[in-house]
Design a protein around this ligand. Sequence first.
Ligand SMILES: O=C(O)CCC(=O)C(=O)O
Length: 274
Amino acid sequence: MDSMTLKLGQVQLMVGRDKAENLRRACVLIRRAAEQGAQLVMLPEMFCCPYENEMFRPNSEEQGGPAQQALSALSRELGIWIVGGTIPEREGERLYNTCYVYDDQGRQAARHRKIHLFDVNVEGGQYFMESDTFAPGNDITLLDTPWGRLGLCVCFDLRFEELCRVMTLRGARMILAPAAFNMTTGPAHWELLLRQRAVDNQLFTVGTAPARDESGSYVAWGHSMVCEPWGGIVHQCGTGEEVAVTELELSRIDAIRRQLPILSARRTDLYEVR
Ligand SMILES: O=C(O)CCC(=O)C(=O)O
C-alpha cells in the first residue's frame, strides 16, 4: 500500500560557476527541506554548473562521481529520497544530461538521461543547441517509491506529450521534471505545460528550476511549481533562491480518475496514424 501523502521539497538553487560551492549549497538547502519534514527533495536541472555548453564538459563526472556520492550520502544520512536535478554525466567521450535518484538508504533508484535535447532557435528570443555537447538518452525512466510510481522528464522532455502519456499508461502517478526554462519560453509555456500534463494525465507534475541569475548567459525563469491532477497549482515559487515544502494529497489521483474517467475512456481504436 502506497503512502497517501507526500511531503515534497523543492530546492530552487541559485547556481554559480563553482561546482563544489553549488554542491555544498544544494546540500545545505536539502537539509533545510528535510528539517521542514520533506520526504523527497528535488533539485533543478544543471544544479552544479551554469546551463552553458562550455560549462558542461569541465563540470562533468562519471558514474559514482563527487556530486553523486554527496547526494547518495546525504539521502542515507537524512533518510529521505533525493531527485538529484541533473548533472553532466560522462561515459567515455559522451556526455549526457542526467538525473540520478537516490532512495532513503542512499541507493541509486534511477538514472534518467535526457531524451529530447534542447535544440531551438526562437526568433528574437532563446537560442540553444544542447546537442553541441550532449548525446540523448534512449530510455523512458519510471521508478517505484513508497508514494507510487514516478516518471522522470528532464526539462525539454516535458514538452513531449507522448512520453508523458506512455509513463502514465505504465503507471506513473507523478511526473517529476528537473528543468531550467528561460525568459522566452518560461513566461509562455512553463505553467501551461505543467498544468496541461497534469490535467491530461490526471497526476501530479512537479517542475523544479534554478533561481534566476540575471548575470548569466542563460537566464532561468525560476517559478518551480507543483500541479495536481485537476490541473490546479498547488505551489509556485518566485524567482529567487528558495526552499519549498508542499504536501501532496495522493488520493486526488484516484478520485479525479474516477470522477472524470478520461484515461479509461480513450478510443484507441481510432487514434492510429496510417
Ligand atoms: O522547453 C523549453 O522551453 C526549455 C527547455 C530547456 O531549457 C531545457 O531543456 O533545458
